[in-house]
Design a binder for this molecule. Structure first.
Ligand code: ATP
Ligand code: MG
Length: 424
């Protein structure tokens, strides 16, 4: 017999079906037993009468809550809901009690308890909802890049011979008889590919050996990377703005149930996202009595002040050269053709026009204290007809933090990695 998902049961009223799920709840009222069977975000009531079903009743009474079961029975209308009158209830995976957390979600668990028992935690409806939204957002992003824009999805290596921006924050790995590193970003590869592709994107994990203990940093995170050729930073910002709007417009439609269970509406699509320069931001800060030295990175407090003034989503462009990496195109002496996309105090994305002139690129390397001869493996491609290009990296986990309205990035990542957590 074919297994029927709970969502399809309305098509089977008066018919016999097979359903699968977990016993979330079991109540006995006199001679009637009510089981709540959960399957993801859906539940169905199974109603068993003792009279005439003594054997089945005895078996079902023994089954612990949270065991997985396969039930065959008839679908019936029960008020404005449905119920199943079981013919057989087969336990396929017995659950022991007590469990490390309450899968019904009635007894809230601490984040650490949830993470320690991550696989079990996905039975908690709002946690299931978070990861279902995550999956849907990833699909929307892929759909936007591939189908709407016609960009090429690439897969660059995550084990690499040297870092993107010199030695800092790299995780070394033993690679036969030499040291390799885990990739911090696909930056150099995606730029090199501008030799032939119009637009490329990659959704992949990256690794940064920073000892951060914040609600928005992990040592392994997923980045959504884009690079487009014959383009500058304004073009890349337009694509990013379109992407953010596309995801926020569509997720509300495609994840209605998840959003309802989560009890948080994602931010409305921002439409045109306000743009201010780094200098504009400093002016706002000065006006608010916030002293900030020119050239410094903007910290969370500063971004909060700016966001109060400007709104939730905003771009900050034209960052000081000293705060940006060597591959960014310079704008005059002190500035760069760069942008960050913020949501309140959270940096969602960084991007910019890339330096595509090979001599200037080498000069940039020297200016950053890096040895151009070590980057020959990369800069040589800039001699083969490299067009101007631009792109960005968008933190998927941070975007999900914003979409789901959770507090901590660890809540939207199945198996987060931070300085203290390497398991499960
Ligand atoms: P931050 O200043 O917040 O540490 P960054 O400027 O070092 O971030 P980028 O190199 O610009 O990060 O990376 C592009 C995007 O990738 C960031 O805007 C962010 O969304 C995401 N990202 C970077 N580092 C992390 C991290 N440690 N954990 C989660 N997401 C990250
Ligand atoms: Mg950045």
């Amino acid at each position: 017999m074919k297994r029927i998902p709970i969502t399809e049961l309305p098509n089977y009223i008066g018919k016999k079906v097979k359903i699968c799920g977990w016993i979330e709840d079991k109540r006995i009222v006199g001679k009637v037993m009510f089981l709540t069977i959960r399957q993801g975000l859906e539940t169905i009531q199974v109603t068993l009468k003792k009279t005439g079903n003594e054997d089945l009743w005895r078996d079902v009474e023994e089954i612990t809550r949270q065991s997985s079961v396969v039930i065959v029975g008839n679908v019936r209308k029960f008020g404005n809901k449905l119920e199943i009158i079981p013919e057989s209830v087969k336990v396929v995976g017995l659950s022991k009690t007590p469990l490390p957390l309450d899968p019904s979600g009635r007894v809230p668990a601490l984040l650490n308890t949830i993470l320690d028992s991550r696989a079990l935690s996905i039975r908690i409806p709002h946690i299931y909802a978070i990861f279902s939204i995550r999956s849907k957002v990833t699909n929307l992003i892929r759909d936007f890049f591939a189908n709407t824009k016609g960009f090429i999805e690439i897969h660059t290596p995550k084990i690499i011979a040297s870092g993107t921006e010199g030695g800092a924050d790299l995780f070394p790995v033993e690679y036969f008889n030499r040291t390799a590193y885990l990739a911090q970003s696909p930056q150099l590869y995606k730029e090199q590919l501008m030799l032939g592709f119009d637009g490329v994107f990659e959704i992949a994990p990256y690794f940064r050996a920073e000892k951060s203990h914040t609600r928005k940093h992990l040592n392994e995170f997923i980045s959504v990377d884009l690079e487009i050729s014959f383009a500058n930073y304004k073009d890349a910002m337009n694509v990013l703005e379109e992407l953010v709007n596309y995801v926020l417009e569509n997720i509300i439609e495609t994840a209605q149930k998840e959003i309802q269970i989560l009890g948080h509406r994602p931010p409305s699509p921002p439409g045109k996202i306000p743009i201010l320069t780094y200098d504009d931001s400093l002016e706002i800060l000065h006006k608010s009595g916030y002293e900030f030295e020119w050239g410094e990175d903007l910290d969370s407090d500063a971004l909060r002040v700016i966001s109060k003034e400007i709104g939730d989503f905003f771009f900050i462009i034209d960052w000081p050269w000293r705060s940006k990496p060597f591959y960014i195109k310079r704008k005059g002496d002190k500035l760069t053709e760069s942008f960050d996309l913020m949501y309140r105090e959270i940096e969602l994305s960084s991007g910019g026009t890339r330096e595509h002139n090979v001599d200037q690129l080498k000069k940039n390397l020297s200016d950053k204290g890096l040895d151009p001869s070590i980057f020959e493996f990369h800069t040589k491609f800039y001699n083969y007809g490299m067009p101007p290009h631009a792109g960005f990296g968008l933190g998927l986990d941070r975007f999900l933090l914003v979409i789901t309205g959770r507090e901590n990035i660890r809540e939207v990542v199945l198996y987060p990695r931070d300085p203290e957590r390497l398991e499960p």
